[in-house]
Every structure is written in C-alpha cells, then in structure tokens.
Design a protein around this ligand. Structure first.
Ligand code: ASP
Length: 316
C-alpha cells in the first residue's frame, strides 16, 4: 500500500494557523503565543482522538479553540476588510459520506465553524452566505457577538498600515498576513474530516470570498483518499481547486500522499501558501511555499510536533 507504515496509525491529526511571511526577529512573546496556541489546540485534538471521539467532533472542537485564540486570523483576531469590519468564512467536510457545510461573510457569529457544521447537519444546503447565513445562525442558536468582539490591537494596526499603503489599490494581496486556521483528522474508525476558518485576506474588498469556505478549494475530505485544509492567497487555491486536486491525485491518479501534495504544490505560484493533509493511512503532509506556516501534527505512534518556519519542533 502506498505510504503505509510498519506500525499502523490508528489516528492522526494535523492543524494549521495560517501561512505567510514572518520575520525571524519577532519578539519572543509573539513566537511563544503562536507556539502555545498551536500546542494547546493540538493537545485537545490528541485527547479527543485518543479516547475515540468522532473525527468531525474533533475538527469542530479544535477549530473553535483556534477561532477563540486572538493570535490567529479566524474568529477573534480576524483581519479587517477595507471597510474596517470583519467578514468571516468557514467550511467543514465529513469524509465518510462527503457531507459538507460552508458559510461566508459572517459578521456576528462567534464560531463560524460551528455554523458551517449546522449548515451541513441542519439544513438541506451546503453553503449559506452573508445575511442569510446570519439569519440561519439565529434559528440554530449559535453564539453571537458584536463585530468588534473579533478586533484585536494587532489587527487594528495592520489595517491602519494597509490603509496607508492602499492608495489607488482597493484590494491587497494576502502577502504579509497569515493566521487562517484549519484541522484535518483521521479518527480511530478510519474516518477523515477537515475544517477551515478564516477572516480572509487583510483589507479585502466588501463581499470578497476566498478559498476557505469553498469545498474542494480550501477544504476537502473523503475517506477513500485524504482530508485537506489550505491556507494562503485564496484566489490561487481556488484556481487550482487545491484541496480536491490533492484528493483526485490520490484517488484517481494512485499517487501517494507525498507525491500528490508535492505535485499539487508545484502548480501554485511561489509565496501562495500551504496546506495540511492526512490520508486514510494516517500519513500527514504539511507543505508550504511561504516563509512560514504555523502548524502542528500528532498521531497514535507518538508523533507530537509543531512548526512555524521550516524547522519542526518536537514536543516532549
Ligand atoms: N486562504 C484565506 C483566504 O484567502 C486566507 C489565508 O489562508 O490566510 O481567505
């Protein structure tokens, strides 16, 4: 079997906290905050998977923790649009039956991933946007907050810088920003799940939607192949149908996970971003072509690591 290890992996999880550029000269406190955020989220996922929880519950719970963490660009800590507000996007997919749910342009839903899952389980639709998604949020009773709840000092300053630079340019590229969150898992029953949540790209135009809530572009899961969550300049990932491309390479092209992700990454322009993936054997891949991708991974064989720049940090 391609990529199968000698010791079978019974469960595996990978998560990301966004890809982009980040100087190695950042303050220790900032680096520490990223590391704590990644390892706290990873620890939750590990404890749930070890006790046999369903993969989709793990995806939602871990994404919610990352959404609440202000260092990441999802939920609290999200980037601001050109108009100075937050518009949040998320999606989730269940690999056992290809069920999926997505939301975009949310302004008052505290955990966009939770609403994406409700779209999947409690509506006959797959994707709700803007006002309609908010109204649906009221009927299924998800947590609501003021839009300003999502604003951090860090993102307010980032917006001011983008605003000064904007000039004639209405939309800035993702470039410097990072912090979208995503989780992929293989649970003990062999089910794959994926979820992604984001504030989008900094200074984005009103109504802009990136790859994160688009099934097949930013998120995909199929028990027959792989679960994938992407991060980076969404427009490039939509063009490449990136998450599905990885799945199709494995399922129809019989490529190993490693070969599928490398071949798919070659299709992206340099600096576009990265992805996390876990296949049906529990193999994990976390490639990126930016200077950083905040990421973490664990599996049933004892793997526990996190990374920001290229190097991997083993957790004890
Ligand atoms: N992919 C996200 C988007 O385009 C942004 C990111 O991952 O940083 O909305």
């Amino acid at each position: 079997m391609p990529g199968r290890e000698a010791t079978p992996i019974t469960w595996a999880i990978a998560l990301h906290g966004g890809a982009g550029t980040l100087s190695r000269d950042i303050e220790l406190a900032e680096k520490h905050a990223y590391e704590v955020g990644l390892s706290t989220a990873l620890a939750l996922g590990v404890s749930m998977l070890e006790r046999g929880d369903d993969g989709l519950d793990v995806v939602e719970a871990v994404v919610r923790v990352l959404e609440d963490d202000p260092v990441f660009n999802a939920g609290r800590g999200a980037v601001l649009t050109a108009d100075g507000v937050h518009e949040l996007d998320a999606s989730i997919m269940d690999g056992r039956n290809l069920a999926c749910g997505a939301v975009s342009g949310l302004t008052t839903v505290r955990h966009p991933i939770a609403l994406a899952r409700k779209v999947m389980t409690e509506s006959s639709h797959v994707f709700l946007s803007g006002e309609g998604a908010e109204v649906f949020g009221s009927t299924v009773k998800v947590d609501r907050v003021e839009n300003s709840f999502f604003t951090t000092e860090y993102q307010r300053k980032a917006w001011e810088l983008a605003h000064e630079d904007a000039g004639e340019v209405v939309h800035k590229d993702a470039g410097e920003e990072h912090g979208t969150v995503g989780v992929v898992v293989r649970d003990k029953n062999g089910h794959l799940g994926a979820g992604t949540s984001t504030g989008g790209t900094i200074y984005k135009r009103y109504g802009r939607v990136g790859d994160s809530p688009i099934i097949g572009a930013g998120t995909y899961a199929d028990d027959r192949s792989v679960a994938v969550s992407c991060t980076g300049t969404g427009e490039r990932f939509i063009e490449q149908v990136m998450a599905y491309q990885v799945a199709a390479r494995i399922r129809f092209g019989a490529q190993s996970l490693a070969d599928a992700v490398s071949a798919a990454m070659v299709e992206l322009p340099a600096g576009a971003g990265g992805l996390i993936a876990v296949d049906r054997y529990g193999q994990i891949a976390m490639p990126f072509n930016t200077t950083v991708m905040h990421r973490a991974a664990a599996d049933s064989t004892g793997r526990r690591n996190i990374g920001i720049w290229e190097e991997i940090i083993e957790l004890s």
